[in-house]
Design a protein around this ligand. Structure first.
Ligand SMILES: NC(=O)C1=CN([C@@H]2O[C@H](COP(=O)(O)OP(=O)(O)OC[C@H]3O[C@@H](n4cnc5c(N)ncnc54)[C@H](OP(=O)(O)O)[C@@H]3O)[C@@H](O)[C@H]2O)[C@H](O)CC1
Ligand SMILES: [K+]
Length: 504
């Protein structure tokens, strides 16, 4: 699913109006019908509804929804904010239609002072103040109203987007002045800001309502952001040929583990094997020998000369993909060995965890990374790598996009909706996965899976796409059976076979 920006959404709106063709007011009517159905599916007519409508088309939607709910027997009190004595054309038409229908309990148009109505836990608030046309943080009376809504115990449903939240960049927004919705009914597509962790407290439950905007525009228009869908993945899963043998299914090497962190090596190795690769080699400190042999008998051990940590780069000319980083530690010898390894490796590489921290501590080495390298940082690792803290998830995402372009690297910024930043500036979000996966070792399994897919013959971009989707999918299957609370990284590996079966 493409994620258009608010500017592109306005273009899409105009295109639909011209090409369908449909008048703007009828398009609003279509949106309002979908919104009304979604509200009626959640709340019955006995809940008293208070509607706050703004002067633009978000307010127009709210007024049309008020008329439709009133026709279905809901008790509605509407407050229309017209402080600049200017309503959009569609908003003004819907004000007129609402008054003419004469079905609502109370209609107040605010041009100056506003006495807010009492809001109790038994009320439903419909927030139609501002939508995709918001162009600055809310202030003055609007911010006071938002704070009033937020401190009340009423249920809140936001039309299109919680008022005060920008569709993309909220880095410099004033966060207390954003509506905290229980339910957000967004039109046509999720907005970029809804995919970012620091905005989750405003969105509540999120439903996307299809209002049938132009498919022609949607399929033709290039778009920097998209959310991966199951079909994107299914069409990319490589078949397994009948005459395959382990020599034709690729060899992966994992450089992982240190004293006390053998588990990271175990998890990444097992996940790598489960990604369908022919052979998996593990290079790990001597002390982990017994642990690894017992835990993963399918893997071939290569022992480092050091007892406790990775200390020497190894030959990779027989290897199809390298994964480096899980549980490595950050010894100075390890840092030197990591850099030597990255420089001498000719096959695709996944860099994770301590290998990323090592790069962050030696940022001049970033320039020596081979093009096409895959980096899988979580947000803190990314901030260290980039060298600055980010004030918002949007800012971090933009930095990751920039770094991907500069390094010509694939960067997977991990989180709910992990973001794959491609060297050409595009971003693909992964929709699978759940909060149960926020557990130690989860990242190690992702590294193992992607390394395995690379060795198995997937192009780097597809190994990233399929790897993060499968990883999250396995997590969702595990959560269905085991719940989220007790989910551990080993469960992800256990459910990987089922994830493959369902996606193949
Ligand atoms: N394609 C669709 O998805 C459809 C969406 N619909 C609905 O339309 C809105 C977008 O409507 P729009 O009129 O473009 O914008 P808004 O209603 O969000 O707000 C515009 C007005 O708000 C003023 N504004 C902007 N920022 C502020 C602020 N911080 N404080 C006060 N006022 C602000 C702005 O005034 P300016 O003079 O600053 O331009 C406008 O007056 C979308 O979200 C959907 O709900 C359609 O109904 C169907 C198709
Ligand atoms: K809104």
């Amino acid at each position: 699913m493409k994620i258009f920006t608010s500017a592109q959404i306005h273009e899409l709106d105009k295109y639909t109006i011209e090409k369908e063709p449909i008048s703007s007011i009828d398009l609003m009517e279509r949106a309002a019908k979908a919104l009304t159905r979604a509200i009626e599916a959640e709340w019955s007519a006995d809940i008293p509804v208070v509607v706050f409508a703004g002067p633009g088309n978000n307010g127009g939607d709210a007024l049309a929804v008020s008329r439709m709910l009133a026709a279905d027997g809901y008790q509605i009190a509407v407050y229309l904010f017209n402080v600049h004595n200017h309503l959009s054309e569609e908003c003004a038409t819907n004000k007129q239609r609402l008054i003419e229908a004469n079905k609502i309990k109370a209609f107040t148009e605010i041009t100056m002072n506003f006495d807010p109505p009492e809001l109790s836990k038994d009320n439903l608030v419909i927030d139609g103040l501002f939508g995709s046309g918001l162009n600055k943080p809310l202030s003055g009376g609007f911010s006071a109203l938002v704070r009033y809504i937020n401190q009340s115990s009423a249920k809140v449903v936001s039309i299109d987007i919680p008022s005060g939240l920008m569709c993309e960049d909220n880095t410099y927004n004033i966060r207390q002045n954003i509506v905290k919705a229980d339910l957000t009914l967004t039109l046509q597509q999720k907005k970029l800001s809804m995919l970012l962790a620091d905005n989750q407290c405003y969105i509540g439950q999120l439903k996307v309502l299809d209002i049938h905007l132009s498919q022609e525009y949607i399929s033709q228009k290039d778009c920097e952001y998209k959310v991966l869908e199951e079909n994107d993945i299914k069409s990319r899963i490589l078949p397994r040929k009948d005459f395959s043998h382990k020599g034709t299914m690729g060899s992966a090497l994992l450089i992982a583990g240190s004293y006390g962190m053998a588990g990271a090596a175990v998890l990444s190795t097992k996940a790598c094997l489960r990604a369908g690769v022919g052979k998996v080699y593990v290079h790990t400190p001597r002390r982990n020998y017994n642990i690894m042999q017992i835990a993963v008998p399918e893997a071939v051990m290569q022992m480092d000369r050091e007892e406790n940590y990775f200390s020497e780069a190894v030959d990779t000319h027989d290897i199809d993909a390298l994964g480096i980083g899980p549980g490595l530690g950050q010894q100075e010898d390890t840092a030197i060995a990591v850099i030597a390894q990255l420089r001498r490796t000719g096959c695709p590489i996944v860099v994770d965890a301590d290998a990323i921290n090592i790069l962050a501590n030696h940022r001049a080495w970033l320039q020596q990374l081979p093009a096409g390298i895959i980096l899988t940082p979580h947000p803190k690792e990314f901030d260290r790598l980039y060298g600055t803290m980010s004030n918002s998830c949007y800012e971090r995402l933009e930095k990751a996009r920039k770094l991907s372009k500069v390094l010509q690297a694939y960067i997977i910024l991990k989180g709910h909706y992990s973001a794959l930043c491609l060297p050409d500036g595009h971003v693909e979000f992964n929709p699978t996965g759940n909060s149960g996966m926020a557990t130690a070792g989860s990242g190690d399994t992702l590294t193992g899976i992607i390394t395995g897919l690379l060795a198995r013959g997937y192009k780097s971009v597809d190994a990233c796409r399929v790897g993060m989707y499968l990883h999250g999918y396995a997590g969702d299957l595990a959560a269905q059976e085991l719940g989220k609370e007790s989910l551990i990284a080993s469960d992800l590996i256990q459910y990987l076979p089922q994830a493959f079966i369902e996606l193949s």
